[in-house]
Design a protein around this ligand. Structure first.
Ligand code: NPW
Ligand code: K
Length: 555
């Protein structure tokens, strides 16, 4: 489950390697633990699809490789999916440590104001760093963390408020990176620092046509921003905020989606919001190591950034910090959220389905949508729910894979002794549903089902991998068996019987295809405020029964 709380659809199923159901938990943005360790292909697909949310790298332990020190990712199911993989190698030690930190935030060090200043001095003295170098990395961390927590499509307008010191400098750098990440930026920088580094940062932003707003303009327009970055004060802040920042900070109190850089501005660096009327941001990006006040942070997202701490500093200050996964510039160190299933909801925005967009022929319409799903690289676009019912009308549903479609119908293959096949034998009516989640689309098709010809089944059976052919022979689908060993033994026996690859494995009589011949289609396009587009094709009411009639249904 993702801290965003609305992206919870992690599919789980039966573990491929162990005879137990697989459960999957997503911890924050960075850690995904799958239990047992080897996930199903369904889990993998889902994770793969959600990578943009989970901050690459997504590392999945492979049962066979987790014993070695270096673990790695999974093999995607198709080459086209492989091309957009962003998977990195992470050591098992790092991954375990990351997961431990997510379970126990107290295992991370929180540092005092004095330690923060001392680390700063060490870095920029004997350790050879320059301030602009560290600021660049800090600002990049902030921008990366915002990109994860507030995706650019839904949170485009960002305001960065910069203070007079280096915290403000981090804000200027973050603004530049956020601009390049696709956000629309505005900056407010009321008390500019007269140093070449800051002049340079301002010039860079001006050259990107990023507007600089006056602090007097802010109050009336603050609510027009999706995200407001508080880069006013960092670890050198002392006392009470002086003008103009005192009023400015008060304007941010209660505003949604405030992201504080290093410290919520106005907070005591060690004690937090001592007056009780201060800023309570939704997100905090601690830099180098969280300051003591970060223990009081209650917002949704806590990230650590500033990936430059050399071991010498970590040892000298006894810092316990989580590892950064892969090439990441930030790491999520928030507390695991509790999950309120009732609050999980997706807002469907984007496409529109109007009558004039539809093909007159529903098969062509299906083809168009199916090709969109393939072009989007959706995992298993051909996965569909198949609902059948027995002759008493008791329903059952399961996922199956579409293996062909044309104007004659929709084809899948299965065991003719399975529950669905037995139900279809007594009641040939069935319904199939495709859910292409990223497109916010569903296609529902209802009709009568019949078996495909044995020639068609033969042809498909022999196109399958040899292992799957043997699997079809082994499994008396939907019957009760004494244990996994029954299948393993039968599989082994058949493997040796067909070890000679020149022997053609005969298709068993109990295995073959079904074709659903549609009587009705519904194309569903998710829309805002649950006012979805639903357009149906039916034949019953057509004067000429060969024509399809289109109706719009209320959502
Ligand atoms: N190695 C690291 O850790 C790295 C640290 N980095 C970043 O640097 C930050 C620390 O920067 P910093 O030292 O420049 O101090 P910062 O907090 O920005 O503010 C100082 C300014 O605020 C002012 N000011 C103070 N109190 C005030 C008040 N009550 N009311 C009004 N003004 C007040 C003060 O003015 P003064 O009091 O001196 O007149 C001065 O102008 C750190 O948090 C992190 O973000 C990264 O860039 C890279 C790596
Ligand atoms: K700040």
């Amino acid at each position: 489950f993702c801290p965003n709380l609305h992206r919870n659809r992690l599919r789980v199923g039966t573990c491929k390697w162990q005879d137990k159901p697989a459960s999957a938990k997503v911890h924050g943005y960075h850690g995904i633990t799958l239990s047992p360790i080897a996930p199903t292909s369904a889990c993998l697909h889902c994770i793969q699809e959600r990578q943009s949310l989970f901050k690459p790298p997504v590392t999945v332990y492979d049962k066979y490789q987790s014993l070695s020190h270096r673990v790695h990712t999974y093999t995607p199911l198709s080459k086209s999916q492989a091309s957009d993989q962003q998977l990195f190698h992470t050591t098992k030690k790092d991954m375990d440590s990351l997961v431990q930190h997510l379970h126990d935030p107290n295992s991370i060090s929180y540092i005092s104001q004095e330690a923060a200043a001392a680390i700063d001095e060490l870095l920029m003295g004997p350790l050879g760093f320059s301030v602009d170098q560290l600021m660049e990395l800090a600002g990049l961390s902030v921008a990366s963390a915002i990109f994860e927590a507030y995706p650019v499509q839904a949170n485009n307008r960002v305001l960065v408020i910069c203070g007079p010191g280096n915290n403000g400098g981090d804000g200027l750098v973050a603004a530049r990176h956020l601009h390049h990440f696709g956000y629309s930026l505005s900056v407010c920088y009321p008390k500019r620092t007269d140093k070449p580094l800051y002049h340079g940062l301002v010039t860079q932003l001006e050259s990107l046509s990023i507007p600089f707003l006056l602090e007097d303009e802010l109050p009336s327009i603050l609510s027009s921003f999706d995200v407001v970055v508080d880069a006013i004060f960092g670890f050198s802040f002392r006392g009470q905020p002086r003008p103009p920042f005192d009023a400015l900070i008060q304007k941010l109190v209660g505003l949604p989606n405030v992201v504080s850089v290093d410290i919520p501005s106005g907070w005591h660096v060690e004690e937090g919001d001592i007056n009780g009327i201060g800023l309570h941001p939704d997100m905090l990006v601690s830099l180098t190591a969280p300051k003591l006040c970060a223990r009081k942070f209650k917002g949704l997202h806590h990230f650590l950034g500033g990936r430059f701490v050399p071991p010498l500093i970590a040892e000298k200050f006894g810092l316990k910090l989580p590892p950064y996964p892969g090439t990441s510039q930030c790491v999520w160190i928030g507390k695991l959220p509790s999950i309120d299933v009732g609050s999980l909801r997706e807002n469907y925005v984007g496409a529109v389905l109007l009558e004039e967009h539809l093909n007159a022929d529903p098969f062509s319409q299906f083809k168009e949508w199916f090709e969109d799903a393939v072009a989007m690289g959706l995992p298993e676009p051909n996965a569909m729910t198949l609902a059948t019912a027995n002759k008493e009308g008791h329903p059952s549903a399961r996922m199956v894979l579409l293996k062909g479609y044309d104007e004659h119908g929709f084809v899948w293959y299965t065991n003719y002794g399975s529950r669905k096949a037995l139900e279809l034998a007594s009641n040939p009516w069935a319904s199939i549903v495709f859910f292409w989640e990223r497109l916010h689309r569903q296609a529902r098709i209802t009709g009568c089902v019949e078996k495909v010809s044995s020639e068609e089944s033969d042809e498909y059976f022999h196109s399958r991998p040899r292992e799957s052919q043997i699997g079809a022979l082994v499994s008396a689908q939907s019957t009760v068996i004494a244990g996994r060993h029954v299948l393993d033994q039968a599989y082994e026996d058949l493997q040796s019987r067909y070890a000679d690859k020149s022997i053609i494995i005969p298709r068993p009589d109990h295995w073959g295809g079904f074709r659903l011949q549609p009587e009705a289609f519904e194309f569903w396009q998710g829309r805002e405020s649950r006012l979805h587009d639903r357009l149906t094709y039916t034949k019953e009411m057509a004067v000429d029964k060969s024509n399809w009639v289109i109706h719009r249904l209320a959502p």
